[in-house]
Design a protein around this ligand. Structure first.
Ligand SMILES: O=C(O)/C=C/C(=O)CC(=O)C(=O)O
Ligand SMILES: [Mg+2]
Length: 220
């Protein structure tokens, strides 16, 4: 096995995303809650890290931000049971699921896949590896937040996920082999909204024992 989880972005072969996983976000978009996890993917070319910009493709004029907790898988696994799920988590990261919402609605109407509106270059701004002992997403204290130009947009808690992280690992690994370095984005809490070129996004995660991590991206 090559590569350490600290540099998960360079060994990641799959970014698997979960959608509609927080009730308040489902309500804000007028969607219906899924009965099983809603899964889609971004290619690893979607990664961008500080100090690089989130780049809006030249023929698009608006993106939405979604702040999400990323789960980093530590070994190859298939058909993971709920009891074993925790053993396959290497750590976490803060991530954004940047989305071209107008195109996404058009794709939803036409029954097309979401790859383009969710998987374009720089659609997955991502922070550093967070050791799994530093946060417990099932506890009441893990808060995800995001501000645009200083204005608060997201302020949610990972305990409010409809499908908790162990359930997501069980579900996904039944159909897709997970590998060392793979990333699962666990869905956005409420607060999605537009950003335009020139905006600055700050996002963070707070946890127990005063744990804090934050990152900043300019949009261009
Ligand atoms: O159903 C919609 O209108 C939009 C759903 C999403 O963009 C899903 C997510 O990516 C999410 O909930 O995080
Ligand atoms: Mg999302």
């Amino acid at each position: 096995m090559t590569g350490t989880l600290e540099n998960f972005r360079s060994i990641c072969t799959k970014i698997i995303c979960v959608g509609r996983n927080y009730s308040e976000h489902i309500n804000e978009l007028g969607d219906v809650a899924p009965t099983t996890p809603l899964i889609f993917m971004k290619p690893p070319s979607a990664f961008v890290i500080e100090p690089n910009d989130i780049k809006i493709p030249s023929d698009w004029d608006e993106l939405h931000h979604e702040v999400e907790l990323g789960v980093i898988i530590n070994k190859k696994c298939q058909n993971v049971s709920k009891e074993q799920a925790e053993e396959n988590i290497g750590g976490y990261c803060l991530a954004l699921d940047m989305t071209e919402r107008k195109i996404q609605y058009d794709f939803i109407k036409q029954g097309y896949p979401w790859l383009l509106c969710k998987g374009f270059d720089t659609s997955c701004p991502c922070g550093n590896f967070i050791d799994k002992n530093q946060i417990n997403p099932l506890s009441s204290s893990v808060n995800l937040w995001l501000r645009v130009n200083g204005q608060m947009r997201h302020d949610g808690h990972t305990r409010d996920m409809i499908f908790a992280i162990p359930d997501l690992i069980v579900y996904i690994s039944k159909y897709i082999t997970l590998e060392h370095g793979d990333l699962i984005l666990t869905g956005t809490p409420a607060g999605v909204g537009p950003v335009k070129r020139g905006d600055q996004i700050e996002a963070g995660i707070n946890g127990e024992n005063n744990f804090k991590y934050a990152m900043k991206f300019n949009v261009s």
